[in-house]
Design a protein around this ligand. Structure first.
Ligand code: PEP
Length: 252
């Protein structure tokens, strides 16, 4: 049985003081989530990771938004998986569409980052999704299959089970244009089937999230879908009140 997972991606928002304030305001809701067997995660900026980890409830998974694939060395501006682990970070988002668009994050590079995280026993949260043009041209599955093959194909069964996948249609991120529940379920089901073909006997345990304009008033509908195990949420994860509302919506 896959546990529900709600992950907030804060992108380039919040100072360390603001992250600490969020951590203290969410204590009660985190306890409620634990009682309801709902897993929670937050991905703050690198700058806030340490303060957020120290102040957040222990049952909140703390994710970086990016990681480098080497352990150390001459890579200005980068942070390694071992460094994240040294401050008790649980994992990292990999291949978010904003990084694919602005930072030349390719699926092949993502595979190296996922490998680096697994080596440190950290959780990779791998994002896939098609652009609006690709969606309109009916290429969603083709695009996602390429992202899955290039990003994940080399992993073994036990490694694959530790990887979380987020289906995030690029056209729905931050736009208010939600993918319908039906689209989300169809694509998440497709992802599970393709993961199973690539890495047999792994996919039943892999958690697949939907992301793209998820809000307190629409999250429950996605989570009712058989193959949607949770949500990756940007804008609506920024305030403790709306994060809390989503936790409650998931528990109903
Ligand atoms: C995201 O950042 O991954 C995201 C889905 O953003 P939003 O919820 O704001 O669309």
């Amino acid at each position: 049985m896959r546990r529900k997972l709600l992950v907030g991606n804060w992108k380039m928002n919040k100072t360390p003081d603001e992250a600490i304030a969020f951590a203290s305001e969410i204590q009660k809701e985190a306890k409620f989530a634990a009682d309801q067997k709902i897993d929670l995660g937050i991905a703050p900026t690198f700058l806030c990771l340490n303060d957020f980890r120290k102040n957040a409830p222990n049952n909140i998974l703390v994710f970086a938004q990016n990681v480098h694939y080497e352990d150390h060395g001459a890579f200005t501006g980068e942070v390694s998986a071992a460094m994240l682990k040294s401050i008790r970070i649980d994992g990292s988002i990999i291949g978010h569409s904003e990084r694919r668009t602005y930072d030349n994050e390719t699926s092949k590079k993502c595979a190296k980052k996922i490998r680096a995280l697994l080596k440190e026993n950290l959780i990779p949260l791998y994002c896939v999704g098609e652009t609006e043009q690709e969606f309109n041209e009916g290429k969603t599955k083709e695009v996602i299959l390429k992202q899955l093959k290039e990003g994940l194909e080399d992993f073994k069964k036990e490694e694959m089970k530790k990887i979380i996948i987020a289906y995030e249609p690029v056209w729905s991120i931050g736009t208010g244009k939600n993918a319908s529940e039906e689209i989300a379920e169809n694509v998440c089901k497709f992802i599970r089937e393709e993961v199973e073909k690539m890495i047999p006997e792994s996919s039943e345990e892999v958690r697949i999230l939907y992301g793209g304009s998820v809000k307190p008033n629409n999250i429950a509908g996605y989570l009712k879908q058989e193959n949607v195990d949770g949500a990756l949420v940007g804008g609506a994860s920024l305030t403790p009140s709306s994060f809390a509302e989503m936790i409650h919506a998931l528990s109903e």
